[in-house]
Design a protein around this ligand. Structure first.
Ligand SMILES: [Zn+2]
Length: 533
């Protein structure tokens, strides 16, 4: 017994003696010169993978999958990561197309690398053609450019694996997709379900028309997405209309009520709606009707106030029509706040990497598309870096991204990379034109270089990670606390877009990119680059 105690004490002593050495090893000091050398090599590594990046971008473009229906895209991208030794957890947060891929390489920071993957309804478009030419009329298409995001991340992750192995850099890489970003309907669920609890920082990427990063409160809004469903009573619309109670009347009255409200909203707020069920045919009094809102504002409190006002107007409409109303939260996004330390570190790498060099053909396409959609910007692709985005002095309204929820959970930034044409209206076929062309390919390679070099900084400089966490805790979260907009019970609305994809997938399948037969998607589609009017 005594002997055993002694033994265990010796073990403890030996362990304690070696502990400082172990810690030293985990945070092994690497000289500035070595870091510079590693970064140089990783930039070359990403460049060498340009062909693979191009194939991934073209492939995901060709799948053209809407939110929650990213089956082909997810199967394809996870298979690449799995082959590279990542372990994949599929179906996270109860979302069949969601996943998290992880690769561990000893002790060190756990770094999440993410981007979105879904596309836009009715944005089908031939790439490289400078006017509206749908591949499949009415079908979804990458009219935002999310097809380029995960390829940026995967390219960076694969290059990082090589350098981490070669230089014995400890750390873990976690690659993950923003599923159904257009519905802002996955990231708050990932946060709720604890997927970001043990991760140190997150580097997120989003397609743009320049290479940039920002910190502080971002431009744009957060939102809550709510569908109101009214329940009435059917009747013969001509035979006995007095016996019916129209759910559609209620939905229309809610719409009228909200439109009166609109006059009294602060200009920074945004709201929009569509009818998702407006009855079946005119001779049946609609017993069911639904209207779906996005309520946006620049603060959490403002969003929740709009939500509350929406609920009141819905109740009023139900009272007026003697119907019943229920509601469902279909998505949420917190207003984004990005980490200053990661952003400033990343910006130095952005300046090193710089913008891609565009060819004459790239610029011709860009200028022709800008002209086609009457853009104020007719200068083509960006040729000068836009610089780091500083916190807004006066908040600016606009779009949302559920990366906001992650940015309030762990230190996060969004790298915007130059794979698209500036000056387009967004969520539109014109935003798909560049997305399977050399513009998208070069922009993604530039983005991957920035991601990879920034991760190298965080793997080799422990003090950076410490100050990023310090900013998150003591500046960003000083007097603001993240409160989820979804409850423990809200399920992710994974049924959304199912019908649309069922309708279009068979036609889209004929256009899937076959990289075994063709060099590029443009070649497969037999498109002269650029095709101008
Ligand atoms: Zn997006």
């Amino acid at each position: 017994m005594i002997m055993q105690k002694l033994k265990s004490a010796t073990v403890k002593l030996v362990f304690l003696l070696f502990l400082p050495a172990l810690t030293l090893h985990a945070q092994k000091k690497i000289s500035k010169r070595q870091i510079k050398e590693i970064k140089k090599e990783i930039i070359q590594e990403v460049e060498d993978r340009h062909k693979n990046t191009q194939v991934m971008i073209d492939k995901v473009f060709s799948f053209a999958e809407l939110g929650f229906q990213e089956y082909e895209s997810s199967a394809y991208l996870t298979s690449i990561l799995e082959t590279a030794g990542f372990s994949i957890e599929r179906g996270i947060s109860g979302i069949p197309t969601a996943w998290m891929a992880r690769w561990d390489h000893g002790e060190g920071p756990v770094i999440a690398l993410g981007s979105d993957v879904d596309c836009i309804p009715k944005a089908s478009q031939y790439p490289g053609v400078a006017y509206h030419k749908p591949m499949v009329e009415g079908a979804p298409g990458h009219g935002e450019g999310h097809n380029s995001g995960i390829p940026v991340i995967v390219t960076a992750a694969l290059a990082l694996q090589e350098q981490m192995k070669k230089n014995d850099l400890g750390g873990s890489l976690v690659v993950w997709p923003g599923i159904a970003e257009e519905l802002v309907a996955s990231k708050a669920w990932y946060v709720r379900d604890g997927y970001f609890e043990k991760i140190d920082i997150c580097i997120f990427t989003h397609v743009s028309s320049n290479l940039s990063v920002s910190y502080g409160q971002a431009r744009g809004t957060g939102l809550i997405s709510v569908e109101y469903t009214f329940d009435g009573e059917a009747a013969h619309s001509a035979g006995s209309p007095w016996r019916g109670r129209s759910a559609l009347d209620a939905a229309e009255l809610m719409n009228v009520g909200w439109n009166y409200k609109r006059e009294h909203l602060h200009p920074l707020k945004r709201s929009h709606s569509i009818f998702t069920d407006a009855g079946d045919q005119p001779n049946v009094v609609p017993s069911k009707a639904s209207i779906w809102y996005y309520f946006r504002d620049i603060t959490y409190d403002g969003i929740m106030k709009m939500y509350n006002d929406g609920n009141n107007i819905a109740r009023g409409a139900a009272l007026m029509t003697d119907t019943k109303v229920t509601s469902k939260v279909l998505g949420t996004a917190w207003p984004r706040h990005f980490n200053k330390v990661i952003a400033e570190t990343m910006d130095l790498n952005i300046q090193k990497v710089g913008l891609p060099s565009w060819s004459e053909a790239d610029q011709q396409l860009a200028k022709a598309v800008q002209k086609e959609v009457n853009s104020k910007n007719e200068k083509g692709l960006a040729t000068a870096l836009s610089g780091i985005g500083k916190p807004q002095k006066n908040p600016v309204s606009g779009g949302s991204d559920d990366i906001g929820d992650i940015s309030w959970t762990i230190p996060t930034v969004t790298l915007r990379f130059p794979s698209n044409i500036p000056g387009l209206q967004g969520h539109h076929w014109s935003n798909a034109i560049a997305m399977a062309t050399p513009i998208a390919h070069k922009g993604a390679t530039a983005g991957a270089k920035v991601v990879a070099t920034t991760v190298i900084d965080f793997l080799t400089k422990p003090e950076l990670l410490k100050s990023a966490k310090d900013y998150f805790k003591n500046v960003q979260s000083k007097d603001k606390e993240y409160k989820p907009m979804i409850t423990e019970k809200d399920p992710p609305p994974i049924y959304l877009n199912e019908g649309i994809m069922k309708q279009y997938r068979p036609q889209l399948e004929k256009f899937y990119f076959d990289e075994t037969k063709y060099d590029t998607y443009l070649e497969q589609l037999n498109i002269q680059y650029p095709t101008l009017k």
